[in-house]
Design a binder for this molecule. Structure first.
Ligand code: SAH
Length: 379
């Protein structure tokens, strides 16, 4: 379980070429022109590059046979098209896969692939670490390092597709059918980069995953919620986890800034929400904290009038975690109240626990690596 490095000091970094991956059409056109293309041909080159990168998943300029060798050569002099490195790939006994991805500066993030009977979801990270300090979340115990770039966000989808042999991006028979921004980080605190990456994922001429199949999960950055809906049409998930401010203040400290009432207003006004497009309320079951029948009743009152589904997440423990998972009986009683009120409330089966890939368990390896590094530094 040792991971070679976390952040590589500036002085030791090998300069990286800028990469085409992560660019949208206007940026690709500008890149082609910067590499000597005639301005009048910029748009056409951009569509070709877009196709090769995001529809075919090209990892080498040699693949780009519709573009002349000379143009490819000029592009290659300036821009890279490679992927990030996979520092480690793990497969759970339930088929879940977790990739530890090493970014160009050595920072590590995790991406998780969760296959189900009729679909498979890719869980993507948006930041290295997290600024929120949700008390039940392992990622929250680690310092925030930085935001991911659009390239690093879309790059996780592309890397997963490489690993699953899923190019070109045909609509039929897909392995990755859904994407959730539920990995490390708070997506709405990296808003611009997340939105740029979402647009690339959704583009019909590229990876083409429908906005209906892409879910952004937030702990409740209220001012950005409506904007996200307007600008992307992505599905929304809210990490609610408590029904009263005094409890939520404690377990999701962001609540002190954006309390439950404001969060619910943002949900009520979420653009495009309807019965066919429900908001998911995630609710982690913490023994003795938020799992009583009274809590369940308050939950259904709180979300009354919002097209919603409730996703109950059994708490996934991690080393040193201050909580325990609710017992099966409390979960069953909680579910009954929610179901009786007419909400579907699937219990999220913990996936990939054996490889610490389940909700709230991510980034543990990097923490260990960091610890190892600081031990080395003081040794
Ligand atoms: N910051 C965003 C994205 C992370 S999503 C957000 O908070 O929504 C990850 C989901 O897993 C969130 O709902 C989070 O609250 C939940 N989670 C975190 N730690 C968990 C744990 N130990 N067990 C179960 N779920 C957890």
């Amino acid at each position: 379980m040792n991971v070679a490095s976390t952040i590589v000091p500036e002085a030791l970094r090998i300069p990286q070429k800028p990469r085409l991956v992560g660019m949208d059409r206007p940026a690709l056109a500008a890149a082609a022109i910067a590499a000597g293309e005639l301005p009048s041909k910029g748009k056409m080159r951009a569509s070709q590059l877009f196709h090769w990168l995001y529809f075919r998943g090209a990892r080498s300029y040699d693949d780009m046979t519709t573009i002349s060798k000379e143009t490819r050569g000029r592009l290659a002099d300036i821009y890279g098209i490679g992927r990030e490195d996979i520092a480690r790939a793990q497969v759970s006994e339930d088929g879940t896969r977790k990739w530890l991805v090493r970014l160009a500066d050595g920072a590590l993030i995790e991406t998780v692939y969760i296959p189900d009977d009729d679909r498979a979801t890719l869980c993507v990270s948006s930041q290295v670490g997290c600024t929120l300090t949700c008390r039940f979340c392992h990622t929250g115990t680690q310092p925030w390092v930085r935001n991911l770039t659009p390239a690093e966000i879309i790059g996780q989808v592309m890397l997963a597709r490489d690993e699953l042999n899923e190019w070109p991006s045909e609509p039929e028979g897909r392995m990755i059918t859904n994407i959730v921004l539920m990995g490390m980080g708070e997506p709405l605190y990296n808003y611009d980069n997340v939105v740029a990456a979402l647009h690339l994922m959704m583009d019909n001429e590229g990876i083409a995953i429908s906005r209906r199949r892409i879910t952004v999960s937030t702990a409740g950055v209220v001012p950005m919620i409506g904007k996200l809906g307007d600008e992307t049409g992505a599905a929304l998930a809210i990490s609610l986890h408590a029904t009263r401010d005094e409890v939520r203040d404690e377990i999701v400290p962001l609540n002190k800034k954006y309390p439950i009432a404001a969060l619910m207003d943002a949900c009520r006004n979420y653009p495009g929400s309807a019965n066919s497009r429900r908001i998911t309320f995630e609710y982690v079951m913490l023994k003795g904290i938020n799992d009583s029948v009274q809590d369940a009743k308050e939950l259904v009152q709180l979300i009354a009038g919002i097209p919603a589904k409730v996703n109950l997440i059994p708490f996934n423990p991690w080393p040193g975690s201050p909580y325990e998972c609710s017992d099966a009986d409390s979960i069953a009683k909680f579910v009954e109240v929610v179901n009786r009120a007419g909400y579907s409330s699937p219990i999220r089966t913990p996936r990939g626990r054996d490889i610490l890939a389940a909700c709230g368990q991510l980034k543990s390896d990097s923490l260990r690596a960091k610890k190892a590094r600081s031990t080395e530094a003081t040794a």
